[in-house]
Design a protein around this ligand. Structure first.
Ligand SMILES: Cc1cc2nc3c(=O)[nH]c(=O)nc-3n(C[C@H](O)[C@H](O)[C@H](O)COP(=O)(O)OP(=O)(O)OC[C@H]3O[C@@H](n4cnc5c(N)ncnc54)[C@H](O)[C@@H]3O)c2cc1C
Ligand code: FES
Length: 280
């Protein structure tokens, strides 16, 4: 059954705009005090509307503990109907939001286990929410590892968080870039190479991933070699969406609605979705 918040956008005020990269910005959105706030699970998304332009889905990137202050990180597409006008907006402007939508990562089901998070490029937003969630309940989980890959050092999002996580004892954070420059002293190469070097306990590890297919496919191959089963891997997928509530069929891949059944799927389910490569 759908809820009214699935259909009726709530107004939120932009309270901060952080420039992440040349094409990506993080928007902090505040719901009014008399709004009940947005309770969400890491992995869920909102349909964000720019009044007079249109609506598009974006993953929630902030801590789920903050129900009135939400963050999304948005890549601007050339001529994008929503992303171009959104990138032109200012602090104090209003946007609409419906949600939260879809499912989230199965965090309650994985208490006590080691959590391995693997993100590529703009795959990090909903995994950032996942990291905040686990850090808030650190004793409930085993080892927490983040592997993050970006094209260049400048293309990395959340540079301050990455720095803080690299220094924090509660999380093991490793970054890599495809193409290094003189400013970069870290790893160079693909994120799959970081996976290859991991010492993990396959029986006690659950993997949460989000990134382009060119990253996911080799990463899964290496995880399989490390004896992690498909049932222990979850991926946050994207698909072209319109309604976000299972009505329009835009996001249907085989027999799954990405907006309702996902966007988080177990990897054995993903394998059965024939259009996987196309949909990512
Ligand atoms: C569940 C979910 C979560 C998402 N989370 C984020 C997020 O956190 N941050 C973010 O920046 N984007 C995210 N996206 C993608 C985002 O919704 C699209 O980039 C956005 O809809 C583009 O809007 P637009 O109106 O500006 O572009 P349009 O005017 O619709 O299209 C502009 C160009 O972008 C291309 N395009 C549109 N959507 C996609 C897409 N999904 N993948 C690749 N190319 C696309 C079009 O083909 C076209 O070339 C998410 C998508 C889904 C389904
Ligand atoms: S976006 Fe309409 S059915 Fe999923």
């Amino acid at each position: 059954m759908n809820r009214s918040e699935d259909y009726i956008p709530r107004l939120a005020t932009i309270t901060d705009i952080h420039i992440e990269t040349r094409t990506e910005r993080t928007f902090t959105l505040r719901l009014p005090d008399d709004d009940p706030g947005m309770d969400f699970d890491p992995g869920q998304f909102i349909e964000l509307s720019v009044l007079g332009s249109g609506e598009a889905p974006f993953g929630l990137a902030s801590s789920p503990a903050q129900t009135h202050l939400l963050q999304i990180t948005v890549r601007r597409y050339p001529a994008g109907i929503v992303t171009v006008p959104l990138h032109r907006m200012h602090v104090g402007d209003y946007v609409g939001m419906r949600g939260p939508m879809g499912n989230g990562f199965p965090l309650a089901e994985n208490l006590g286990r080691d959590i391995l998070i693997i993100a590529g490029g703009l795959g990090l937003p909903t995994l950032r929410a996942t990291i905040f969630y686990i850090l808030d309940r650190r004793d409930d989980y085993g080892q927490l590892t983040l592997l993050y890959g970006a094209r260049t050092p400048q293309d990395r999002v959340y540079k301050d968080d990455l720095q803080a996580w690299t220094e924090a004892p509660e999380i093991k954070c490793q970054q890599t870039v495809d193409v290094a420059d003189e400013s970069w002293v870290g790893n160079a190469g693909y994120v799959s190479e970081l996976v290859d070097r991991l010492q993990l306990q396959p029986d006690n590890t659950t993997v949460f991933m989000c990134g382009p297919a060119v990253m996911i496919v080799p990463v899964v191959t290496i995880l399989e070699q490390l004896e992690v089963s498909y049932e222990q891997m979850y991926i946050n997928m994207e698909a072209h969406m319109k309604c976000g509530v299972g009505k329009c069929g835009h996001c249907l891949i085989r027999d799954k609605y990405v907006c309702l059944d996902g966007p988080v799927f177990r990897y054995d389910e993903v394998q059965q979705m024939q259009d996987f490569q196309h949909a990512l």
